[in-house]
Unconditional design. Structure first.
Length: 543
């Protein structure tokens, strides 16, 4: 816990904002945190895009080499072998027919021719997109066609068969077939070379794909470290320093300057916190001055209360002693010399006694009013029903003399000063009996309702009532709506009741909506106990 910033009324004066560190560039020209993050994320996105493009490029090359190898060159190698076999079958068959003349040798020739044509067509289909091999296939097809035209067709034609089967023709045909075989060897070697080239391309592409993936992983790691370092330097560390400054201020070091660092947003945040700290310092200084003034006023109030206590003592003893003497001597004068006094003298004596009595009542009421709210030490659980019964016992003779009816409903038990709450009930019931209509006996109803955590006690009568425009004035001390010759009293009763009720945490008011008569209501909070409110309501009584 930090020191109390208000301790001993010592508050530091508002501190000036800390100067900008020397050598720091103007943050207004610096890139904002959003711009920095956007640039950094843009670099990351560009790197990832380039790496993905490279990966897709090399993967496509890998796929092309693989597909060309699997779907073109490997079948082409097989087709070259099939073409070689078919050509040999045809050459063997046509030679055997030329030497023996047996037609049985024509079946291998025909089968070989068909197989050769099929293999040649397949080669053309497979190697059509490979220009270097397409030329080799063309050479094989040309030599195969020339051999057939020069050897096979003359041998099968009866008109030229004799010449085609001569030793010279057979030797020439054998030479042509050797050329075809050599072309097949060249084609086969070319296909093998192309296969090896595709295998090499496959290996290189696979290696490059692996390299690109490794570069992606390494680049992402490096970029992640860069982002972490950037966020740490640009956000985390400035926020940590700013938070440390704010914590020091919160712990009581209100003279500690708060300085924002890093991005312009954080600098502005630091400036805002510093402005708030300066405002707090200023308000604490004002609060310290106010507390000093309050302490001075409290001391003066204590002295004033002491003076009031002294006045109360004087009023209850010294001021009432002369009144008792005046009253006593006027009564003694009336008893001793009453027979010799005329009516005017007796009237003067009565006025003197009445004035002394009213002065004593006024002093007693003022003392009671001044003592309300001094302390809550006398608070206890007060049964308002029992208090009301005691009040009615005080007014029993008056109730009987005026044939009054007092109905008391269920009343609660509250927490408060029994004597003061008794004065409230006594004033309200007494006023209800006092301000009666001459033509009918008084009727007083005392009831209670419970809502919103408050008891509302109602005292209603059928008397002369109070005009609504006086609803607030009647609770002012010494405020009277009638001359003192019509109704007795000091004008303090309702003011005393208001002060007592407010001292107990409630309020009192005149309900001007009901007529005839006057209806007073005052609220009191539930007594702070675990008992249910219903348990606090006592049974009703009537007088």
């Amino acid at each position: 816990m930090g020191p109390d910033p208000l301790a001993d009324n010592a508050v530091a004066p508002p501190a000036r904002p800390a100067p900008r560190p020397t050598g720091t560039r103007d943050n207004r020209r610096a890139l904002s945190l959003r711009s920095r993050l956007s640039i950094l994320l843009g670099i990351v996105a560009a790197y990832i895009a380039v790496m993905l493009a490279l990966q897709l490029f090399f993967q496509n090359r890998l796929a092309d080499a693989r597909d060309h190898l699997i779907f073109n060159l490997d079948p082409a190698t097989q087709a070259v072998g099939d073409l070689r076999t078919a050509a040999l079958d045809q050459e063997t068959g046509i030679r055997g027919y030329a030497l023996t003349g047996e037609e049985a040798f024509l079946e291998p020739n025909e089968r070989g021719e068909a197989d050769a044509d099929a293999a040649l067509a397949e080669l053309r289909s497979l190697l059509d997109d490979t220009p270097s091999l397409r030329d080799e296939v063309g050479d094989v097809a040309r030599l195969l066609l020339e051999w057939r035209e020069a050897v096979v067709e003359p041998t099968l034609d009866p008109a030229t068969a004799e010449a085609a089967t001569s030793t010279a023709a057979l030797t020439a045909g054998r030479a042509r077939f050797d050329d075809l075989r050599a072309a097949l060897d060249v084609l086969e070697d070319a296909v093998d070379d192309e296969r090896r080239a595709d295998l090499d391309q496959l290996d290189r592409s696979f290696t490059l794909v692996v390299v690109v993936v490794l570069l992606q992983v390494a680049g992402l790691i490096v970029l992640g470290v860069m982002i972490f370092v950037a966020l740490t330097r640009q956000v985390v560390q400035p926020l940590a320093r700013l938070g440390d400054d704010a914590r020091q201020v919160a712990e009581g070091r209100i003279d500690h300057h708060v300085v924002g660092r890093g991005a312009p947003e954080l600098v502005r945040l630091g400036e805002d916190v510093e402005a708030m700290r300066a405002r707090i310092v200023e308000e604490l200084a004002q609060l310290s001055e106010a507390r000093a003034a309050l302490e001075q006023q409290t001391a003066e109030l204590v002295r004033s209360n002491d003076d009031l206590e002294q006045f109360a003592y004087v009023a209850s003893h010294d001021l009432q002693e002369p009144l008792r003497k005046v009253s006593g001597f006027t009564q003694l004068l009336e008893r001793r010399y009453g027979a010799g006094l005329d009516d005017r003298a007796k009237e003067y004596i009565w006025y003197a006694n009445d004035g002394a009595r009213r002065m004593q009542d006024l002093i007693n009421d003022l003392l009671a009013f001044s003592r309300v709210g001094r302390t809550t030490e006398a608070f206890e659980d007060v049964d308002l029903a029992a208090v009301t019964e005691e009040v009615l016992a005080v007014f029993a003779d008056r109730v009987e003399a005026e044939d009054a009816t007092v109905n008391v409903g269920p009343l609660p038990t509250v927490r408060g000063d029994r004597r003061l709450l008794g004065q409230v009930m006594q004033n309200l019931v007494g006023n209800a009996l006092k301000f009666r209509r001459p033509e009918e006996p008084p009727e007083v109803d005392v009831s209670c309702t419970d809502e919103d955590g408050m008891y509302t006690i109602t005292v209603a009568d059928n008397g002369i009532g109070i005009a609504p425009e006086y609803a607030d004035q009647i609770f002012t001390i010494f405020k009277r709506l009638h001359v003192k010759t019509d109704y007795e009293g000091t004008g303090i009763g309702l003011a005393l009741a208001k002060k007592v009720v407010e001292f107990h945490g409630g309020r009192i008011w005149l309900d001007a909506s009901r007529s005839p008569g006057a209806t007073f209501r005052f609220s009191l909070p539930h007594r702070p106990s675990g008992d249910s409110p219903d348990a606090d309501i006592t049974t009703e009584t009537s007088v």
